[in-house]
Ligand binder design. Sequence first.
Ligand code: NAD
Ligand code: UDP
Length: 313
Amino acid sequence: MPTSLVTGGAGFLGSHLCDRLLADGHRVICVDNLDTGTLENIEHIRSRNFVFLQHDITRHLDLGEAVDEVFHLASPASPIDYLRLPLHTLKVGAYGTHNALGLAKQHRARFLLASTSEVYGDPKVHPQPEDYWGHVNPIGPRGVYDEAKRYAEALTMAYHRQQGVDTHIVRIFNTYGPRMRPRDGRAIPTFLRQAAEGAPLTVFGDGSQTRSFCFVTDLIEGLVRLIRSDEHDPVNIGNPEEYTILQLAEAVLAATGSPSAIVYEALPQDDPVTRQPDIARARGILGWEPTVALDDGLQMTIRGTVGVGAAPA
Ligand code: NAD
Ligand code: UDP
């Protein structure tokens, strides 16, 4: 039975990844310090093949057993989290990624870094292909996250080139689904919570900035295909269907039938104007493309399921 280690495994994406790996018949070691994740995300797991270690991956981790795959997802991910935890975000991108790569090297395991579309910053190329180097403000408030991920990518490639580690880098574009915290500040959980409460939906700026939203099961499929591929250069995984944030707010109102109004609030500093993945490499190399449309994904998120007729996630 293969063993997979998932750092950040009690978070939103990490917990869905643990579910998927267990369903595939893997033993799963979930490492999380519960900074932004929660035990509620994994409490439904009853498998004997699942181990939870409460541990801060910026500190050395001695594993008592061999692992075949290391998925490194640990990092604050929502803007309000990394603005609240700026030094920790930089540390987990640096020391945390060193430690996770060190485990992969020690065990000759495949390694996957969860990087982000934020490495493109406020992009001047549209849609964003992987060979675009980005347009990032290193000293702005988002710099702690963007530069931590850019450093983590550089570190991963160095371990690959110099140490021969079998590394993979996924650049994740905005992903949503059940288990996002209603107050994590990201647009979809915020709008869904506001709609459910009958409170106004808070659109920042004039709502003309764009994002492209991927449902969680599509994203997880991309991560699993990538770590088992021979591709070492970064691969974008995201849904190329692009929406303005105002369109997203309207889609949430339609999905929920909520009578909430839309109000406009100040745009945060350095908020990217556009974001849309070019997924030609994912299609070509992994045969991957998203299957869940926004309206269907919103309905599953509202119901707390990840499939038609599925039990709550
Ligand atoms: P999340 O906040 O739900 O999960 C992150 C997890 O990492 C949490 O459980 C947290 O407790 C854990 N963690 C943080 N620091 C840690 C440390 N030092 N040691 C151990 N665990 C630690 O966020 P998410 O949306 O699930 O994001 C997971 C990963 O995917 C992150 O690396 C994020 O940068 C990346 N990503 C996510 C998105 C998205 O849209 N969800 C987009 C781009 C990139
Ligand atoms: N946003 C918004 N209202 C909110 C939360 C977010 O208008 O209550 C906007 C935010 O300014 C950004 C987009 O929605 O333009 C996506 O924000 P999110 O925090 O989900 O992710 P980001 O892509 O910025 O990391």
